[in-house]
Design a protein around this ligand. Structure first.
Ligand code: ADE
Length: 227
């Protein structure tokens, strides 16, 4: 069972993407537990303030350390976290090996930034890892956190019905996935490759591997250079 707490000021953004399809099944099967924590509850004063102006001036608000720390410590009093992760565009870029490693953990905390981000002292003293989902800026960390939960959640043993299928995903062996086809065998005159209809399992495997290598060469050549 993997437990993930997500700290956010916009909990509504996370409800829907994490409740359906494969992740919904992971939760139903008791393999994944996702707890969305509304940071506003830890806000200061009668307006439950969570952000303030940046020291030194400039546009944009910064998330204050106190509400975040209160929230983090409250969660830490309930469980021990393997990682306290801050979603940030300048973090380490998410990839398949990172997702594989995270899927082996027990308790993760994901913190979603808003506005100009969170006070640097929290990043320096409390955060154990910073993850970006790509070189572009989102309006908050929530969609990035949803991406992390999705890619990690589907790797948990028992989540995918075909136990082996995650092993054949793109990127799992430094290759992108081969093309796939379903019925009908001929559609508008476009035919499925004969080998896939041959029933010859070895030939099919060889064809798929070859296709994966060819595709990786043409679409993602840098993946083959990494080795
Ligand atoms: N927050 C804003 N942009 C982000 C990104 N690209 N990855 C992770 N968190 C973010």
């Amino acid at each position: 069972m993997l437990h993930i707490d997500i700290i956010t000021v916009v909990p509504e953004l996370l409800d829907s993407p994490l409740s359906h399809s494969i992740l919904g099944r992971a939760k139903d099967r008791g393999l994944l537990e996702v707890n969305i924590v509304d940071l506003r509850k830890y806000g200061i004063g009668k307006h439950y303030q969570v952000d303030d102006y940046a020291f030194g001036g400039g546009a944009g608000m910064v998330m204050m350390p106190q509400p975040l720390m209160d929230c983090i410590e409250d969660l830490q009093s309930q469980r021990t976290y393997d990682e306290i992760i801050y979603m940030a565009p300048d973090g380490e870029q998410l990839n398949q090996p990172m997702a594989n490693k995270l899927s082996l953990q027990k308790n993760l905390m994901l913190i979603c930034g808003h506005y100009k981000g969170i006070d640097e002292r929290i990043r320096e003293h409390v955060i154990t890892r910073e993850i970006s989902i790509g070189d572009y800026v989102l309006s908050g960390g929530e969609l990035a956190a949803a991406v992390v939960v999705d890619t990690v959640g589907r790797l948990l043993p028992g989540v995918l019905n075909d136990e082996t299928s995650a092993l054949f995903d793109s990127f799992q062996d430094n290759l992108v996935a081969p093309p796939v086809y379903t019925r009908p065998a001929e559609f508008r005159g476009w035919k499925v490759p004969d080998v896939l209809l041959s029933g010859n399992f070895e030939a099919i495997e060889a064809w798929r591997y070859d296709q994966a290598v060819q595709r990786t060469k043409t679409r993602r050549p840098e993946m083959l250079e990494d080795e």
